[in-house]
Design a protein around this ligand. Sequence first.
Ligand code: HEM
Length: 205
Amino acid sequence: MKSSTITLLKILTWLACLSPAAWLAFGAFTNNLGPDPTATITFTTGLTTLRLLTISLAITPLRRLVPQLSWLIKFRRLLGLFAFFYASMHLMTWIALYTGFDTNAMAADIVKRRYITMGMAAWLLLLPLAATSTNWAIRKMGGKRWNRLHKLVYIAIVCGVIHYWWQVKTGVLTPLTITVVVAVLLLARPVLTWVQRRKVRAVVA
Ligand code: HEM
């Protein structure tokens, strides 16, 4: 893949990742966020976080299945950082619009509502990943330790999915599609490793 093509794709990725925030900002300025703007902001930021995490999770299995797509790795950090950006907007929406910056209300919500506890866990797991996303941090930590730490993304995405299920009403199945996609992507890794090992064994035998 030519570097000019990568640059163009990066610009397009930036625009695509910024579009939900731009849509929310435009809706806020034009008073057009529907009857419950807080719910619209929570929904858009929460779902965008999950979608971006899911897309970044798909990169490794895709590269392993189609080696010609190995350049996709250049997009993983960008997608991960945008996921953290939206998770933080989502968290700020809760802090500002649900609790009104009231620390007692925040503490009570975290303790009493299990979906808030799970959401908070997901955000806290993403925090060290965002903090160590620079080249400097990778160099300082060393590839092995950095890779080990960044495995936290799997737990974070599972917490995000559980958080989604726990906040919908009983019987509502909207989180199902993303749950299936995440489950397939999480299973793809061990399955692909197993298939690869079998192939190597067959070649050696
Ligand atoms: C990686 C972290 C997180 C992800 C992926 C995530 C994702 C989601 C999703 C997909 C929804 C459903 C939106 C809807 O259908 O309306 C949601 C709702 C919500 N989330 Fe999160 N969330 C995360 C973290 C948090 C955190 C840290 C908090 C606050 C502490 C939080 C508070 C809420 C609230 C208040 C709702 C709306 C519940 C309602 O409609 O009553 N989330 N989240």
